[in-house]
Design a protein around this ligand. Structure first.
Ligand SMILES: C[C@H](O)CC(=O)C(=O)O
Ligand SMILES: [Mn+2]
Length: 343
């Protein structure tokens, strides 16, 4: 595979997706220290918000250490070259959150929906695209759940609303490289040539780097990852590893490989409350195609009702649950506990 000379924009997720394994408790000071180090290493784009995006602060999704406004204000003003993005899930985040994030200094907004529900992004994408100079991205989650042709229809909707970049998001870390190739290659062939294509991976089957390279080979030019993989489930594509592989392959990221290795090792690993790795439950997420953010919810429910967290995750996969159904996890555990006589 000759990808020499190809340019890829990497986008770091540890200060947003990494909020999930941290139960949204990364402090403003930690965000500033880490984002300054990434800026210095040449990381071009850094995402900052509650793990579930703008407005995620709630009983359902968890209360963070600081507000999105505090995080964004503190990080944006320290950046010399790096740009800051925010994630927004319509229904959780509102247009007022979007305006607030723009006022704080973000340059990218990523509007995320389940892969079959691009139509709910219309208002937010249209509004964002109307704000001069705002990089507007559509982000389709759980993209393994539908066929490439059906995903294309949804990606086209986001493009029509005004997104200048659209993402294929493997929220469950379920995809294998051929799944990524099929989706990205079809999107690249059918979307407007000027529309950028991104891939967001999770490492639950340890495929994050291989899948991201497959995405680049098929035509993606933005790749998400996070330092030391800090992210939901077994984490995101470990960005320092992806950057080292790109170096070896001659793919240009503009990022200093040794500096990101140091950030991962010296700043991110010590920040972890538990090792973010492919443990039994994270592997079950990838194996069964379950939303990675469900991991800690399932572990908590398993402990409360004396069940196996893997059994809960496998059942969530059988029921084809999707992001936003976090409150079903406890209901399901309660039913399972009654059935198994553990309560
Ligand atoms: C809100 C989710 O954490 C978004 C995401 O990163 C994914 O679907 O993956
Ligand atoms: Mn994610």
């Amino acid at each position: 595979m000759d990808l020499k000379g190809k340019k890829v924009t990497v986008h770091d997720m540890c200060l947003r997706d990494g909020m999930h394994p941290k139960r949204h408790q990364i402090t403003v000071e930690e965000m500033v220290t880490i984002s300054k180090a990434m800026d210095e290493a040449g990381v071009p784009l850094i995402e900052v918000t509650h793990g579930d995006g703008l407005g995620g602060t709630s009983v359902n999704y968890g209360f963070p250490a600081a507000s999105d406004e505090e995080y964004l204000t503190a990080v944006c003003k320290e950046m010399k070259n790096a740009k800051v993005s925010a994630l927004l899930l319509p229904g959780i985040g509102t247009v007022d959150h979007l305006k607030m994030a723009v006022d704080c200094g973000i340059s990218t907004i990523r509007v995320a929906t389940h892969c079959t529900e691009a139509d709910v992004s219309e208002q937010h994408i249209t509004m964002a695209a109307g704000i001069g100079g705002l990089d507007t991205v559509g982000f389709l989650m759980m993209a393994h759940m539908i066929e490439p042709e059906d995903l294309l229809v949804q990606l086209k909707l986001m493009e029509e609303y005004g997104a200048n970049c659209v993402y294929i998001t493997d929220s469950a870390g379920y995809m294998l490289p051929d799944d990524v190739t099929a989706r990205v290659a079809l999107a690249r062939a059918e979307l407007n040539p000027e529309t950028e294509i991104g891939f967001h991976g999770h490492h639950n089957l340890a495929m994050g780097v291989a899948n991201s390279i497959a995405a680049v080979a098929a035509g993606a030019n933005r790749i998400d990852g996070s330092m030391a993989g800090l992210g939901a489930g077994a984490g995101n594509t470990p960005l320092e590893v992806f950057i080292a592989v790109c170096d070896r392959m001659g793919i240009q990221t503009g990022v200093d490989t040794f500096k990101v290795m140091d950030i991962a090792e010296d700043l991110i690993v010590p920040l972890m409350d538990h090792m973010v790795r492919v443990d039994r439950d994270a592997l079950a997420l990838g194996y069964a195609g379950v939303y990675s953010s469900f991991l800690l919810f399932a572990k908590r429910a398993a402990e409360k009702y004396n069940l196996s967290s893997r059994d809960i995750l496998l059942e969530l996969g059988r029921r084809r649950t999707v992001g936003g159904q976090e409150d079903m996890i406890e209901d399901l555990a309660l039913d399972m506990a009654k059935e198994h006589g553990t309560i």
